[in-house]
Design a protein around this ligand. Structure first.
Ligand SMILES: NC(=O)c1ccc[n+]([C@@H]2O[C@H](COP(=O)([O-])OP(=O)(O)OC[C@H]3O[C@@H](n4cnc5c(N)ncnc54)[C@H](O)[C@@H]3O)[C@@H](O)[C@H]2O)c1
Length: 340
């Protein structure tokens, strides 16, 4: 059966983006993950030839099941840290592979550092051999616990280099530095985005892989306590997946993004308690909100300054938190089964 793309999956592209990407060969690392599978789906719809690699450490084959059988989609179960890079011709590499959930990367700190260093180097070498552009998905975590809010790209960060989060924060900082070194030494076309919390359908909600939005929704739908770490006054800024993907596609197709580092996120700051209350209200849940100790080095505030994305990419998010949460709740409700 031919997969029918949803309106959400087709709406994130403009004609310019379509024209640039439809004839290209693209490698997506981490393509079976949350953001990666959205990118593969949208690119597949455009006609781009996609070579998707993933070691399924946190990704799921069900995220890309709808693409199997498509002539322009090829999947390989491969670990970018230890395997020889695939012998393929590509025009561009979208490098998204990395553990990204705090509980998970703190459980696997060595693997997290290696993927962002050795794995990133392997993919940069492949880009160099192919003279391909290289997109690196960095994170707001490179800012650590920032003293400037909203945080611009010019802020250098406040990161504990030996703390429990450093495997991710410093791994991504090293990844950025390596990308820039390849640009300086070899003239590689590098594009980096620092992604702030992104949520939406396919964001894992189970165990150590869960992120705060999907975990709260699951807890609310199943009648479990909604667990807040700390007093809930810490803030985050939540960007809906289609907004993030639109920004990524603009980054890889806009010449002005070459050699740039760009914040991608929703500048609307929300406390974690407000998020929990909103989810409780939207799911009409009776779940109790309970508090657990705050983990070490948890950032107090997260809010992006997106002036650069607005100016360079003509991009800003268009989905409100309420709209995005409603879509995510609908997805998780159907995933969990009818009883919820
Ligand atoms: N979702 C967010 O809020 C967010 C925020 C900032 C940055 N990011 C970055 O975006 C990227 C994608 O994040 P996501 O939320 O989709 O996470 P995800 O865990 O859903 O996706 C990551 C994918 O990478 C794969 N992977 C990990 N290590 C690998 C390896 N060594 N070889 C091959 N595949 C490997 C995983 O199996 C998974 O499918 C990550 O690099 C993450 O750091 C995400």
């Amino acid at each position: 059966m031919i997969y029918q793309f949803t309106r959400e999956e087709t709406a994130s592209t403009t004609d310019d983006v379509k024209k640039t990407l439809q004839t290209k060969n693209m490698l997506v690392t981490g393509g079976a993950g949350f953001i990666g599978s959205w990118i593969c789906t949208i690119l597949a719809n455009l006609g781009t030839h996609i070579y998707c690699i993933d070691n399924l450490s946190t990704g799921l084959t069900e995220n890309i099941a709808h693409l199997h059988g498509a002539r322009n989609f090829h999947f390989e179960n491969l670990d970018i840290d230890s395997s020889d890079p695939p012998k393929i011709r590509v025009d561009g590499i979208l490098h998204l592979a990395s553990r990204a959930s705090p509980e998970d990367y703190q459980r696997e700190p060595v693997e997290t550092l290696l993927t962002n260093s050795v794995g990133t180097r392997n993919m940069l070498e492949l880009a160099r051999k192919n003279d391909a552009f290289f997109f690196y998905s960095s994170t707001s975590e490179v800012y650590g616990d920032p003293s400037i809010i909203p945080t611009p790209e010019t802020y250098w960060g406040n990161v504990n280099p030996i703390g429990p989060r450093s495997c991710y924060d410093e791994g991504k900082r090293f990844g950025e530095a390596l990308c820039m070194a390849y640009q300086r030494k070899y003239g590689l076309d590098i594009r980096i985005t620092r992604i702030f919390n992104t949520y939406g359908p396919r964001l894992r909600e189970d165990g150590a892989y869960a992120r705060v939005t999907s975990r709260f929704i699951r807890q609310a739908l199943t009648g479990q306590n909604i667990t807040i770490y700390g007093d809930g006054k810490q803030t985050r800024s939540f960007c809906y997946i289609t907004d993030t993907v639109t920004a990524i596609l603009k980054t890889i197709t806009n010449k002005k993004a070459k050699g740039q580092v760009i914040n991608i996120g929703n500048p609307h700051e929300t406390t974690i308690l407000q998020l929990a209350q909103k989810i409780r209200q939207l799911t009409r849940s009776q779940s109790k909100i309970v508090y657990k100790p705050l983990p070490q080095d948890d950032p107090k505030r997260r809010c992006p300054d997106i002036s650069k994305a607005k100016q360079l990419l003509n991009w800003q998010p268009t989905t409100s938190l309420q709209q995005g949460l409603e879509k995510t709740i609908e997805w998780l409700r159907s995933r969990l089964g009818k009883q919820f």
